[in-house]
Design a protein around this ligand. Structure first.
Ligand code: COA
Length: 329
């Protein structure tokens, strides 16, 4: 393998959190015209976690960071930048990253939220690598957190079966021997109106949109885009880095839908057994889905220090962000 990314970054601590309340497929059967078999067969999702009425994105961020502190004995005092990837912040401003700074009493740091939907966590890792490479920053807290349930229309059976809540956090620190090996980005903004959550405008690029602020999706179009573009992106990042599909220890795609993951694996030659996903347990948690998949695999011992993994976020935008890295915990 020939790393192509200039990197001085490595992951030095990890944490995650999901809310206690569980929403199972049979609960959804009582809410909309759907059934457990259809949901499992079309998506691979069995259940999701739902934030309570009093729990918001910031609370999930705090809980994931506390988990990181306790699992890795991590010190946060010298964190000099916080990046939070989310599409469902409690407030647009103050940002969730500024809320994290205040909650943990971090004395002096930058704080920026980024919005790249389901590609957000990986996009934030790419940005963290750039900040560390600049030489200005040394220790960055990166969080992916979502309360999608608060933006889900529970009368729309085509979307409400998909989404759940959760958060994951990592510390990324400067290290001479960078562990981020390769990077890939691509954006198809022309197709953005197929998956959106409205804010102030009632159109996207001339396409009229629903203005309820709930997540709206043309599932078939998004599915077609994902199974066409993601395999191309996977092939591109692997080829650029001289890495063959079977050499990956783990492929960690955004947990949107198991059928999409299986199709990507079939097209790229990555064995499905080598993928880490979180949709069965937690549904599609957008910016949190990749860290939640890592959390499940860390807890059952599948991930080992030194493993080579490909993280691949894709979704609203439509946006893709991928990172090839060596696991350093
Ligand atoms: N329960 C039962 N039937 C449902 C249903 C549900 N929850 N949702 C839709 N259906 C029905 C449709 O009405 C349709 O019925 P019809 O054939 O009588 O018209 C049928 O199932 C097939 O609908 P379709 O939309 O083609 O289903 P699908 O196989 O594409 O699955 C998704 C729907 C949403 C699961 C799928 O399109 C998908 O996963 N898309 C990508 C979603 C995604 O990953 N988004 C996030 C990207 S980050």
């Amino acid at each position: 393998m020939q790393p192509t990314l200039l990197s001085h970054a490595k992951i030095t601590a990890f944490g995650a959190y999901v809310p206690e309340q569980v929403l199972r497929n049979d609960d959804l059967e009582r809410m909309v015209d759907t059934n457990h078999e259809w949901i499992v067969q079309r998506t691979g999702i069995y259940e999701r976690r739902i934030a309570s009425d009093e729990q918001f994105c910031s609370d999930l961020c705090f809980a994931a960071v506390r988990d990181l502190q306790s699992r890795y004995d991590a010190v946060l005092d010298d964190v000099d930048f916080i990046l939070v990837a989310t599409t469902t912040p409690d407030t647009y401003f103050p940002s969730m990253s500024a809320r994290v700074q205040a909650e943990f009493g971090i004395a002096s740091c930058g704080a920026v939220d980024i919005q790249a939907a389901c590609a957000g966590f990986v996009a934030a890792l790419q940005l963290a690598n750039g900040l560390l490479l600049s030489g200005v920053h040394r220790k960055i807290l990166v969080i992916g957190a979502e309360t999608l349930s608060k933006a889900t229309d529970y009368t729309d059976r085509s979307t409400c079966i998909l989404f759940g809540d959760g958060a994951g956090a990592v510390l990324v620190e400067r290290s001479e021997e960078g562990a981020f090996l390769g990077s890939y980005v691509r954006t198809t903004g022309e197709e953005g109106h197929h998956l959106y959550r409205s804010s102030l405008s009632s159109s996207i690029g001339g396409h009229p949109i629903d203005t309820t602020g709930k997540i709206v999706q043309n599932g078939r179009e998004v599915y077609k885009w994902a199974v066409t573009q993601v395999p191309k992106g996977v092939a591109s990042i692997l080829e650029q880095n001289g890495c063959r599909a079977h050499e990956l220890d783990w492929f960690v795609p955004h947990s949107a839908n198991m059928r999409i993951v299986e199709s990507v694996c079939e097209k790229t030659g990555i064995p499905v057994e080598r993928t880490l996903t979180s949709m069965a347990q937690y549904g599609n948690t957008s910016a949190a889905s990749i860290p939640l998949a890592l959390d499940l695999a860390l807890k059952d011992g599948r991930i080992k220090t030194g493993d080579i993994m490909l993280l691949y976020g894709f979704g609203g935008g439509l946006t893709e962000a991928a990172l090839l890295l060596r696991w350093t915990l």
